[in-house]
Design a protein around this ligand. Structure first.
Ligand SMILES: [Zn+2]
Length: 396
């Protein structure tokens, strides 16, 4: 089937063109003539983007004011919560996600989505994030002490089917008593985690607020740095030199400083570093650090389905509008290992976001997609005209 007269938006730029979909893939993009009796949907300039890819999501959390609320859930409750949050994410136009794990549930949710049993984005999952004993996220993570234990923890996650390994190199704002500025793991532990993950063919992501922690992880060969809240100049230069991707998660502090009770520890800690976080992000963009969009959705008041706002935040604080879109499509897909998505190139999945008007003129347009297509099937959308025409054509 052929989508005609669209405004195409991806890393190749913003231009008028057509998209041919064949099964679950994009067959062709450009100035195309219909083949024989091929169904054609005229889009009258409606924008077509690759589905968004969010490099940092917590299906296990649902924007509760405190992560403590999730700790008492059974695995069954957690799995159902995750399924609901995965659906909300997909319906907002996010067709790819790297989900930061809680206990051992996320890999099951990933597999059920892939099997078509529940709706959700294509998902890259880990199991328990690795943290120092008593460290950030220890309630839902795998606590370690010592390099051998770190290596064992990586092997456990690999055995359970993790696609990547996440570790907490610093404290975090949502775990009472942990210090976001301090390095929480020893160099030997960090080296063991990264080395063992790479031996297993898994990429590594580190949660890092303080710059010393980020630098220790970069030194060890980490693949993505999450948050990068307090990056200094040296840390920024190391990201560029070592070709590490930064996932700035600007949505997380945005919601905490506006919503959480002013007396709560996580708000006090976040407010203290929010300006520094924005400054770190601006410096990283200016220095040419590769940035992938990730929301940290699920953290306090940071709701699943509001993912596209991250593109707006990245634009507001440093990036060109199209660059911000690319950060949360192609760059995020590449960074998390989701092959064949994030662009409108022929051969990639027909994961599409249809938006009324050019989103690079007004990024808020991404918050309310007309239609969401995953793998050549309409999965969500509020524009009845396009939705019906597209569903009919795709069903042909
Ligand atoms: Zn997170």
């Amino acid at each position: 089937m052929l989508l005609r007269d669209a405004t195409l938006v991806d890393s190749a730029g913003v231009r008028v063109g057509d998209v041919r979909i064949d099964g679950d893939r994009i067959a062709d993009t450009g100035d195309l003539a219909p083949h024989g009796d091929e169904p054609v949907v005229d889009l009258d300039g409606t924008a077509v983007l690759p589905g968004l890819v969010d490099a940092h999501v917590h299906y296990s959390l649902s924007g509760e004011p405190s992560v403590e609320d999730v700790i008492g859930m059974s695995d069954a409750e957690l799995a159902l919560t995750e399924a609901r949050n995965a659906r909300a994410t997909l319906e907002a136009g996010v067709t790819g996600v790297r989900v930061m794990g809680a206990r051992d549930v996320d890999v099951e949710v990933r597999d059920r989505i892939a099997a078509g049993d529940i709706p959700g984005p294509r998902t890259v999952a880990n199991c328990r994030s690795i943290t120092a004993t008593g460290g950030h996220g220890h309630h839902l993570g795998r606590e370690i002490t010592g390099a051998d234990d770190a290596r064992r923890a990586v092997r456990e996650q690999a055995k359970l089917g993790a696609d990547f390994i996440k570790f907490m190199v610093t404290g975090g704002v949502t775990t009472p008593g942990s210090d976001p500025g301090a390095v929480a793991l020893t160099d030997a532990e960090i080296d063991a985690i990264v080395d063992e993950a790479h031996r297993q063919g898994l990429h590594t992501a580190t949660h890092a607020h303080g710059s010393a922690g980020a630098k220790a992880a970069i030194e060890a060969g980490v693949d993505t740095v999450e948050h990068g809240t307090l990056l200094d100049e040296e840390g920024t230069e190391m990201l560029v030199r070592e070709d590490v991707t930064l996932v700035p998660t600007l949505s997380a502090p945005h919601h905490i400083v506006r919503n959480v009770d002013a007396a709560a520890e996580e708000r006090t800690q976040t407010e203290a570093v929010y300006e520094r976080h924005l400054e770190s992000f601006r410096r990283a963009v200016e220095a040419g650090v590769r940035v992938a969009g990730g929301t940290d959705a699920g953290t306090p008041y940071n709701m699943h389905g509001a993912n596209a706002a991250e593109i707006q935040f990245m634009h507001d604080h440093a990036m060109d509008a199209l660059d911000a879109v690319v950060a949360m499509t192609e760059t995020a897909a590449d960074a998390v290992g989701l092959d064949d998505q994030g662009t409108l190139e022929p051969g990639t999945y027909a994961d599409l976001l249809l938006v009324d008007g050019d989103p690079t003129d007004d990024l808020t347009r991404l918050n309310d997609p007309s239609v969401v297509v995953k793998g050549g099937e309409v999965v969500a959308g509020g524009d009845p005209r396009i939705r019906r025409a597209l569903a009919d054509a795709l069903a042909d």
